[in-house]
Design a protein around this ligand. Structure first.
Ligand code: AMP
Ligand code: ZN
Length: 107
């Protein structure tokens, strides 16, 4: 997706404070943190929103790799308690239309 902000970060066209990457996801600090530690975990494959993932095995694989990465990133950040948030759609408060999971902690 040419103009998607997170696709541009994934392609290295925009800077980010990256904390984690694997074959399927990257994670970087939120530019406007709402917690002492606020990291976004983002699948490398563009999907606009969480609810676009199909309910079949391919959706299960994508969600599995995303949330397994969330677990690894939170552990790597040394967080012993945190919130994970996914805003879904405009009415769910989503502003960037590329799937991402917020990890917030460090209080
Ligand atoms: P959401 O409301 O779930 O779509 O959240 C989007 C989040 O992306 C917000 O918390 C923004 O602060 C964050 N954000 C937007 N642009 C960037 C960027 N270039 N680098 C890091 N975080 C960003
Ligand atoms: Zn994208």
């Amino acid at each position: 997706m040419e103009n998607c902000v997170f696709c541009r970060i994934i392609r290295g066209e925009l800077p980010s404070e990256q904390v984690y990457a694997d074959a399927n996801v990257i994670a970087f600090h939120d530019i406007h943190p709402k917690a002492p530690v606020h990291v976004l975990v983002v699948p490398k494959e563009h999907a606009a929103k969480f609810s676009d993932y199909p309910g079949d095995e391919s959706g299960e694989r994508k969600l599995g790799s995303l949330f397994a990465a969330v677990n690894r990133v939170a552990r790597q950040l040394g967080l012993d308690g945190y919130r994970i948030v996914v805003n879904v759609g405009e009415k769910g408060g989503q502003e960037v239309f590329h799937v991402h999971v917020h990890i917030m902690g460090g209080w």
